[in-house]
Design a protein around this ligand. Structure first.
Ligand code: NDP
Ligand code: GDR
Length: 348
């Protein structure tokens, strides 16, 4: 049985990847952060009591800012594959906390790569780095491919670029099986609610159910190449099954503006978005990435992978899921209101 270690297992991608690896029969270990509120909602459905025989998912407290813990965990677990997905992953927020973002999103990768070396596992472990299309930043060429020059436009992009080049460097210096997936934006019903797609589908469905009046957004002109997270995690796994480590762009090749995402979402709900969406400059970034569109030709040629879910399918998947969430929210609100009334409808 293969053993995998996932950092960032509680995030969008980590949860889908854990599902995929468990389905494939892996023993999966995940690193979670201690938090005063529960942060495991995306993986709760996968978790069993570790005392139960046959459990294959194990969670360990840790932080990729803590190198001693990383060395210890990697040495003790001796995983066959490590997927480094942990990051301060919000681009806008990285302008508020650039140092922290550098420490976790950038140097975090150094801690893990070096922990593999310190644990004496260089020839045994295969490493996946979650690189990002944000490294392309300012448009140098379209579509973007593996050899397009990088020009990051945020502290997040700079940190990811450091982690990316370090992965290449460890591959070349130590002959480590270390690969980077340069993934373009990928979304799902599990996307964090402050990323623009999920913010839009959550707000539009809540507006539809009468739970919210307005949606405030920043720049609607930026263009993104949006794919489906559940599909993209398969690429991470496939990359580590190749004989040779390498870097791959993972994208759909289709780019849309944020405005188009808004139009499609509200359109599916028979709402006129212009009545509900207002501008708020607080959601603008000091420097923006205007256009991302990737060409996944290398991935298709070497690994045989292609995306299936396209823009409209993706929006529909997210709207349908969030409509259910909003309906549930409304039902809870109504039930609570009823509980608080006496039988004459007077507040108790
Ligand atoms: P999320 O923001 O949903 O998840 C991030 C994960 O990292 C969470 O599990 C979070 O834990 C964990 N984490 C954050 N800081 C630390 C830390 N100091 N120590 C340990 N764990 C930490 O991101 P996604 O799932 O969307 O993305 C996964 C990875 O892929 C990230 O590295 C992201 O930057 C990168 N990426 C994402 C793309 C996308 O479009 N989604 C595109 C390209 C790259 P907690 O739950 O406790 O906060
Ligand atoms: P991004 O995703 O920065 O591409 O990073 P995000 O959804 O945050 O922004 C996409 C675009 O939408 C514009 N925008 C807004 N964004 C947010 N979050 N909130 C708003 O209200 C809003 N209004 C307009 C932004 O300006 C931007 O142009 C994501 C993350 O998952 C990274 O971790 C990952 O590496 C990249 O995708 C690829």
């Amino acid at each position: 049985m293969k053993k995998a270690l996932i950092t960032g297992i509680t995030g969008q991608d980590g949860s889908y990847l854990a599902e995929l690896l468990l389905e494939k029969g892996y023993e999966v270990h995940g690193i979670i952060r201690r938090s005063s509120t529960f942060n495991t909602s995306r993986i709760d459905h996968l978790y069993n009591d570790p005392h139960v025989h046959g459990t294959k998912l194990f969670l360990h407290y840790g932080d990729i800012a803590d190198s001693v813990r990383m060395v210890k965990l990697i040495y003790e677990l001796k995983p066959d594959e490590i997927y480094n997905l942990a990051a301060q992953s919000h681009v806008r927020v990285s302008f508020d906390i650039p140092e922290y973002t550098g420490d976790v999103t950038g140097i975090g990768a150094a801690r893990i790569l070096d922990a593999i070396r310190e644990a004496g596992l260089v020839g045994k472990v295969r490493y996946y780095q979650a690189s990002s299309s944000e490294m392309f930043g300012m448009v140098q060429a379209v579509p973007q491919i593996e050899t397009t020059p990088f020009y990051p436009r945020s502290p997040y992009g700079c940190a990811k670029l450091y982690a990316h080049w370090l992965t290449v460097n460890y591959r070349e210096s130590y002959n480590m099986h270390a690969s980077s997936g340069i993934l373009f934006n990928h979304e799902s019903p599990r996307r964090g609610e402050t990323f623009v797609t999920r913010k839009i589908t959550r707000a539009a469905t809540r507006i539809k159910m009468g739970l919210q009046d307005k949606l405030y957004l920043g720049n609607l002109d930026a263009k993104r190449d949006w794919g489906y997270a559940k599909e993209y995690v398969e690429v991470m796994w496939l990359m580590l099954q190749q004989d040779k480590p390498d870097d791959y762009v993972c994208a759909t090749g289709e780019t849309r503006t944020i405005r188009e995402f808004v139009e499609e979402t509200f359109g599916l709900l028979d709402l006129d978005w212009k009545e509900y969406v207002d501008y708020d400059k607080r959601y603008e970034r000091p420097t923006e990435v205007d256009l991302l569109v990737g060409d996944p030709a290398k991935l298709k040629k070497n690994i045989g992978w292609e995306p299936k879910v396209r823009f409209k399918d993706l929006v529909r998947i997210m709207v349908e899921a969030d409509l259910d969430v909003a309906k549930h929210e409304l039902a809870v609100q109504e039930a609570t209101a009823n509980l608080n009334m006496n039988k004459n409808g007077v507040p108790a």
